[in-house]
Design a protein around this ligand. Structure first.
Ligand code: NAD
Length: 269
């Protein structure tokens, strides 16, 4: 899919690690100029390393600090990107985190942290991107769509998750955020879709894959019998950001090695 995103500007939030890094590298490989967002000075070096990898492979982009849950920081990041590149064509709303606890022990702070980043962060970035798409109008020379938004959801927009109620609630809400935006802006040729990963090998879920015992138990949930890689998600992001998917909007695409076919029922149990 070389060059399918040529001439387009993509913002990837939370791109200094995990899935965001995989997506940033894939979009760059497909020809997009990529903004590698990172949340705080702690992840600046990692973000720079991602950008260095992109540029040494012949791609282009910049790093941009912003905590996606802070309105002023989101506005400033988009202003900086638009000042530098003229516009934004693609937003990948990827930044996310977990604060796990049994529900009866879940603090308001844990609840708010997850909702602020996973949901409010996606709202703030999507709003900034859509404002820019509307201001700028179509760019038929680079894409059939006026703008594309990809929301990083999860299999947990569908599968309930005990012990992770705040996270599951945030991802369930992303589904309605994404679909309502697709409905509201479809007539302006803005496409909005979600990627719903299963288990992807990143720092967020290290406990689920870092020992052979944990990995084997995880495989009990995955018919395809391997953990996913950020590159798997990157491939799908390129497709959803490109005109190859021009008739897809309002869709949640599950990419999970079959997790959502519920393997535990394979034996009829
Ligand atoms: P990760 O922890 O490696 O990456 C999350 C990224 O988000 C980090 O770079 C982090 O710095 C960034 N981030 C956190 N808070 C932020 C903030 N306030 N502002 C900006 N950036 C912030 O984990 P990951 O697995 O790569 O997760 C990426 C996305 O994929 C998340 O939305 C997560 O919910 C989703 N997801 C992951 C999996 C999986 O199995 N790894 C499965 C389903 C969904």
């Amino acid at each position: 899919m070389q060059d399918v995103l040529k001439g387009q500007i993509a913002v990837v939030t939370g791109a200094s690690s995990g899935i965001g890094t995989g997506v940033a590298k894939s979009l760059a490989q497909a020809g997009a100029t990529v903004v590698v967002n990172y949340s705080s000075s702690k992840s600046q070096l990692a973000a720079q390393a991602v950008l260095d990898e992109i540029t040494s492979a012949g791609g282009s982009g910049m790093i941009a600090q912003c905590d996606v849950s802070k309105e002023a920081e989101v506005e400033a990041m988009f202003a900086e990107v638009i000042a530098r590149y003229g516009t934004v064509d693609i937003l990948v709303n990827n930044a996310g985190l977990q604060r796990d606890a049994a529900f009866h022990e879940l603090t308001l702070e844990q609840w708010n942290t997850v909702i602020d980043v996973n949901l409010t962060g996606q709202f703030l970035c999507a709003r900034a991107a859509i404002r820019e798409f509307l201001r700028r109008g179509p760019r038929p020379e680079v894409s059939a769509a006026t703008g594309k938004i990809i929301c990083m959801s999860s299999v947990h927009e569908l599968i309930p998750w005990a012990g992770h109620v705040n996270y599951a609630a945030s991802k369930g809400a992303i589904k309605m955020l994404m679909q309502s935006l697709a409905q509201e802006y479809g007539d302006r040729q803005i496409r909005v879709n979600s990627i719903c990963p299963g288990a992807i090998q990143t720092p967020i879920n290290r406990d689920a894959w870092s020992t052979p015992q944990a990995y084997n138990s995880l495989m009990g949930l995955i018919p395809y019998n391997r953990i996913g890689q950020p590159q798997d998600i990157g491939n799908l992001a390129v497709f959803l950001a490109s005109d190859l998917s021009d008739y897809i909007t309002g869709a949640s695409i599950f990419i999970d090695g079959g997790m959502t076919v519920f393997e535990s029922f394979a034996s009829g149990g």
